[in-house]
Ligand binder design. Structure first.
Ligand SMILES: C[S@@+](CC[C@H](N)C(=O)[O-])C[C@H]1O[C@@H](n2cnc3c(N)ncnc32)[C@H](O)[C@@H]1O
Length: 284
């Protein structure tokens, strides 16, 4: 069976190299992992799971796919490409940690010229098997079910690591990155989806994740940052429902807040996204 970019992968149980053997990836210690018929591999060990069905649910993944397919977040993908494309040299390895259903890797691939696209190795992984299954339908890449807490990629193997609206684990990201490699984070700014949050919650708060401090504490050097802000076209009630389903808001909001949001129609929504780059030092 064809499986791409095997040289970047390692066993999640003992970090040794993986080789393709029939319809499995195997390490020298005898650990083996099936290649699913959709072409992804589940490298999530029992120790990496905190629930039976970790990560985004099937319904959240479907809502995100449907919402993103309508192009409402295309400016995010375009801004991402403006940052990432200049970072990619020849045969770069790019890993999307918490890749969801693969929209941003697909968009990045479309922003590369054909020869760079052919040479760039794209690896996406997510703890949700539903997300990874959906991603296999978006584009040919190396798709893995795996956790940010135990990344099954060889140390010093990644040029550019993306964590988009994700759950970063800085030490693991640093281990996977090559010296001089870049981690790029996208996170919600204070005004992100403010029109919906004002309806969902009695008072609106913004929790600052203090990303920069955590990254610097893990040994990263702070790089450039930018903020992208725009307003979507008016969203219909089904689109608002998709957008809320793909975020934590549907879990967090009260019954009353959700009932108010279910009445919304044709609301243009503010999108505010902060992009932050951090570099692994070239010399340890
Ligand atoms: C808000 S979604 C963002 C998905 C995608 N990056 C995007 O922007 O469309 C967060 C994703 O992180 C995944 N996730 C949660 N915990 C994770 C972990 N420990 N390791 C890897 N992925 C994780 C979820 O399953 C979900 O797909």
């Amino acid at each position: 069976m064809h499986f791409r970019h095997i040289e970047q992968l390692c066993c999640p149980l003992d970090q040794s190299a993986l080789v393709v053997s029939g319809k499995q990836l195997c390490c020298a210690s005898g650990h083996s992992f099936d290649i699913a018929r959709q072409g992804y591999v589940n490298l999530l060990g029992a120790q990496d799971k905190r629930s039976r069905d970790p990560g985004d649910s099937k319904a959240m993944v479907a809502a995100r796919r449907d919402f993103l397919n309508q192009g409402h977040y295309l400016p995010i993908a375009e801004h991402l490409a403006e940052i990432v494309v200049p970072l990619l040299g020849n045969s770069a390895v790019i890993a999307d940690a918490g890749c969801g259903e693969g929209y941003y890797l697909q968009q990045l691939r479309e922003h590369l010229d054909p020869s760079t696209a052919a040479a760039t190795k794209m690896i996406g992984f997510d703890i949700s098997k539903w997300a990874v299954q959906a991603a296999t339908r978006r584009l040919e890449a190396t798709w893995l079910v795996a956790s940010n807490r135990n990344i099954p990629l060889a140390p010093n193997s990644v040029d550019c690591l993306l964590s988009l609206f994700g759950f970063p684990v800085f030490e693991a990201f640093s281990t996977a990155l090559k010296p001089g490699g870049t981690a790029l984070f996208a996170s919600a700014g204070p005004q992100h989806l403010i029109e919906l949050r004002e309806v969902l919650y009695p008072s609106v708060r913004h929790s600052d994740s203090a990303l920069a401090k955590q990254a610097v504490d893990a040994g990263f050097l702070e790089g450039e940052s930018s903020t992208l802000a725009f307003t979507t076209a008016p969203l219909s009630q089904p689109e608002i429902h998709q957008l809320l389903t793909m975020t934590p808001h549907l879990f967090r909001a009260s019954h009353e807040g959700k009932a108010r949001a279910a009445q919304l129609q044709n609301v243009a929504v503010t999108v505010e996204v902060r992009f932050q780059q951090f570099h692994k030092p070239a010399q340890p």
